[in-house]
Design a protein around this ligand. Structure first.
Ligand code: SF4
Ligand code: SF4
Length: 136
């Protein structure tokens, strides 16, 4: 059975220099379409991609990723900042890996840049008022 999954990969620092995606294609026969990426050598990275292929190949490829310490997360469709809830506390700024969330100076209001967001969902649990909302 052919499958297609949109997923977020969280790369630990140790593997960001490895040809992980190349291996998925070559060794597991998976096709990939990278939607967004924030990966630098020797830093933790994130990649949002669509992986397609046979279901068994996908399962083996996913097992390979987990073996390499890479965390897989199903891709949420979108993330939204609820302006009515946000109290500009800044708690989410430090966890955002792509600087999509920043505090504007001197107003100290939270700015959300959707173009920088890789929809990793890391900001959701750290918000005390549930202002960052996942849209599945
Ligand atoms: S989901 Fe949140 S933490 Fe992740 S990139 Fe987007 S704004 Fe940043
Ligand atoms: S953690 Fe929540 S309330 Fe605080 S700045 Fe971020 S979105 Fe706003």
């Amino acid at each position: 059975m052919q499958v297609s999954h949109r997923i977020v990969l969280h790369f630990p620092r140790a593997v960001t220099g490895e040809p992980i995606i190349y291996r998925l294609a070559k060794d597991y026969g998976l096709m990939f379409n990278i939607l967004k990426a924030s990966v630098s050598p020797q830093e933790e990275g994130l990649m949002v991609l669509e992986l397609s292929g046979r279901d068994t190949d996908f399962q083996h490829g996913a097992a390979y990723l987990k073996e390499r310490g890479i965390r897989l997360q199903p891709l949420v469709q979108d993330i939204r900042k609820n302006d009515d809830r946000c109290v500009d506390c800044g708690a989410c700024v430090g966890v955002c890996p792509t600087e999509a969330l920043t505090l504007e100076r001197p107003t100290m209001r939270l700015l959300f840049d959707p173009d920088k967001c890789v929809v990793c969902g890391e900001c959701v649990p750290c918000c005390p008022v549930n202002a960052m909302e996942l849209q599945f």
